[in-house]
Write a protein that binds this ligand. Structure first.
Ligand SMILES: Nc1ncnc2c1ncn2[C@@H]1O[C@H](COP(=O)(O)OP(=O)(O)OP(=O)(O)O)[C@@H](O)[C@H]1O
Ligand SMILES: [Mg+2]
Length: 311
């Protein structure tokens, strides 16, 4: 297995007037969870379309495990959740999954059981499964779409805005399903605007803008990356030394004090909780503790850091 190789891919629309992708090169390793972020119109959906073999590149090449993306050997092991779901709205959710189960060539004998399990996996109960798709809410449709994309545990999973319109419980569930896909060795490529989710689930993230890969971030695989906790006190803060000592005892690091605010570097949620407990124990009247915006959000808003600039 060689994973996905994209080389100097260019794709235009409207007879070359719109350059949606402009020389994109990427290599995605087998088993990687790869995120693509970037502004509206950046070319993310176009890139997925090319990866799936739905859109033909103007120039450049894509191979998936050494095959063309529309090769049946690849199609057979690929699951896909499109940006705009156009489902057969008269079908029931369960009927839709059964139909795709058959299309995927999965065993008829286990169809009913697999469909029930697929519905349950995305938090849709049997009543919802029996209902016509036209009566589904936005988030229910999205859940059904993910269930379909994951049918048969495909080796490649391509998701375009998987969590759009999904409620917070669903977002957590989707994250768990992606981690399960990773755990069984699937390669996942997803477009998303939910940067906090991307940051938590992806191994690497490409920032695409105007059809080009402008930056690449490697994230701690699936784990919450190190971040900055901003603490506001209800009164005066103790001395800088006292704060630094309390932080060090909790495995955190004091970055900056500007009473009543202080900023700390923490490794993860558990470290943040330890830090707050240590500050309270040291007599700091903690009124508020919140994470600063994540790396991806900064990347998105400020663009890639200049070479040699501070991280
Ligand atoms: N079928 C099409 N015909 C003409 N232009 C298109 C077509 N599809 C996309 N484009 C253009 O190509 C560019 C990239 O679009 P694309 O849908 O890939 O962006 P995206 O990054 O997925 O955006 P979003 O975050 O809004 O989903 C845009 O300028 C868009 O207008
Ligand atoms: Mg898109």
């Amino acid at each position: 297995m060689t994973g996905i190789r994209i080389e100097t891919l260019t794709r235009t629309y409207r007879a070359g007037q719109v350059r949606a992708l402009d020389g994109v090169s990427l290599a995605i390793a087998p088993g990687e969870v790869f995120g693509i972020i970037g502004p509206n119109g950046a070319g993310k959906t176009t890139l997925l379309g090319c990866l799936l073999g739905f859109l033909r590149p103007d120039a450049g090449s894509i191979t998936v495990d050494g095959h063309a993306p529309d090769d049946l050997a690849i199609r057979r092991v690929t699951g896909y959740l499109p940006e705009r779901l156009t489902l057969d709205r008269w079908m029931s959710g369960a009927g839709f999954l059964a139909y795709h189960h058959a299309l995927a060539g999965l065993a008829a004998a286990s169809r009913a059981r697999d469909v029930a399990a697929a519905l349950e996996r995305v938090g849709l109960d049997a009543t919802a499964g029996a209902r016509a798709i036209r009566r589904y809410s936005r988030g229910m449709l999205q859940r059904l779409g993910l269930a379909q994309a994951l049918l048969g545990d495909p080796r490649y999973v391509f998701l375009d805005e998987p969590a759009s319109g999904v409620d917070p419980a669903g977002v957590v569930l989707f994250r768990r399903l992606l981690n399960e896909a990773r755990a069984r060795g699937a390669t996942v490529v997803l477009n998303s605007h939910q940067l906090d989710q991307v940051e938590r689930v992806c191994d690497r993230v490409a920032f695409v803008s105007r059809g080009r890969v402008e930056a690449m971030e490697t994230l701690a695989a699936g784990a919450a990356a190190a971040r900055v906790l901003r603490v506001r006190a209800a009164g005066a803060l103790p001395t800088r030394e006292a704060l630094a000592l309390a932080a060090a005892g909790a495995g955190a690091e004091l970055l900056e004090v500007a009473s009543p605010l202080a900023r700390f570097a923490v490794a993860d949620d558990a470290a943040a909780a330890r830090l707050v407990a240590a500050l309270v124990a040291a007599g700091v009247p903690v009124a508020e503790a919140a994470s600063e915006e994540g790396r991806l959000e900064r990347l998105f808003l400020e663009g890639p850091a200049a070479p040699g600039g501070s991280a």
